[in-house]
Design a protein around this ligand. Structure first.
Ligand SMILES: Nc1ncnc2c1ncn2[C@@H]1O[C@H](COP(=O)(O)OP(=O)(O)OP(=O)(O)O)[C@@H](O)[C@H]1O
Length: 321
């Protein structure tokens, strides 16, 4: 296995101002996050809203600066040098939840898909037109010659998300970061879009960071998973192992929250009931302890992320069996 991306001890805190001149608070959006991604691997980042998933994506693409920590792409550190920034921004493309975040409604589809090629000065006009048609065909938007002349509002939500995928593919990226790519789509077309991403990922051996809070799609798509809670990885490992035999109570709670009946018995028999979010101070110790049904005295100490079994790591003082 060849590593393509490595994130080492990444940290990003935000200072949030209180409303009406109230107290400021520090949000530990990303707190000492480390992981690596292999060539052709799909890593899922999962966790509830606000757990820090999107912040990690922004840090990798350097649209925000980390407080501390390092990111390596193909063994080279990504710093603020232009050539390094260009390298990561060309090779690592992002797909957002809302297609309108990345496409300009006033531009024609052909120009939208060609834009990254222009920004990075790839080929001449003719080469770019050819590449645009090619990628539209890859994402099964046909007839591509007709689609290029349309505006985004003339397409359906599913088609617009395919445009976003085509735009991401135009530069032949080695990594795609997909941030909840199907959550805004109608349920009936989600599977189709996931299947298409899966097919292209395999065909071109693209490495993916798939950001979601939906564990069912995560399992379909991913090989490795990292479960995030308040800016920390609380559990990580091979996806089937983590989802079938979770070691952290928070992972178990996420699995239990999948409401649909599960033919693979993913939810098992154990059901844990976590407490609602509280304002209890978790600036020290395990930050899940205020909601954890298994809390013990030791939880006032921050647990380390330790290997429990074959590549599966958990940051918890108790071990679920
Ligand atoms: N620019 C910012 N200024 C202040 N706080 C921020 C900023 N960006 C993110 N945060 C905070 O950092 C935390 C992590 O946010 P982030 O968007 O990374 O979470 P997320 O897991 O991606 O959530 P979601 O699933 O809702 O997108 C949240 O508490 C959020 O409010």
């Amino acid at each position: 296995m060849v590593e393509i991306l490595r994130v080492e001890r990444l940290k990003k805190y935000f200072i949030k101002k209180g409303m009406f001149g109230g107290k400021t608070a520090t949000v530990r959006a990303t707190d000492d996050i480390s992981f690596s991604l292999e060539v052709g691997e799909v890593l899922v980042l999962a966790g509830e809203s606000g757990s820090g998933k999107s912040t990690i994506a922004k840090l990798i693409l350097r649209s925000i600066e980390p407080d501390t920590g390092r990111i390596f792409f193909e063994g080279n550190e990504i710093d603020n040098e232009k050539k390094n920034l260009d390298k990561i921004r060309m090779n690592c493309q992002m797909i957002h939840q809302d297609p309108y975040d990345s496409i300009n409604p006033r531009m024609k589809i052909g120009d939208i898909v060609a834009e990254p090629l222009e920004i990075h000065k790839i080929g001449n006009k003719q080469d770019r037109v050819k590449r645009v048609i090619e990628v539209l065909q890859e994402v099964k938007l046909e007839p591509a010659q007709e689609i290029v002349k349309k505006y985004p509002h003339m397409l359906s939500g599913g088609q617009r998300q395919r445009i976003v995928l085509a735009r991401a593919l135009a530069l032949k990226p080695k990594i795609i970061i997909a941030d909840e790519p199907v959550s805004m789509l109608d349920v009936s077309i989600r599977a189709e879009m996931l299947e298409l991403m899966h097919e292209l990922q395999k065909k071109y051996n693209i490495s993916f960071i798939y950001i979601t809070h939906d564990l069912a799609t995560a399992r379909y798509f991913g090989q490795k998973i990292a479960i995030l809670y308040m800016g920390k990885i609380v559990e990580t490992g091979p996806i089937n192992q983590v989802l079938l035999k979770p070691k952290h109570p928070y992972t178990q709670a996420l699995i239990d929250a999948i409401s649909e009946p599960d033919p693979d018995n993913l939810t098992k028999e154990r059901k844990i009931r976590i407490k609602d979010a509280t304002y209890e101070d978790t600036s020290q110790g395990c930050r899940f302890r205020a909601r954890c049904p298994y809390v013990i005295e030791k939880c006032i100490e921050e647990p380390e992320l330790l290997e429990i079994s074959d590549g599966q790591f958990s940051a918890c003082h108790i071990k679920l069996d």
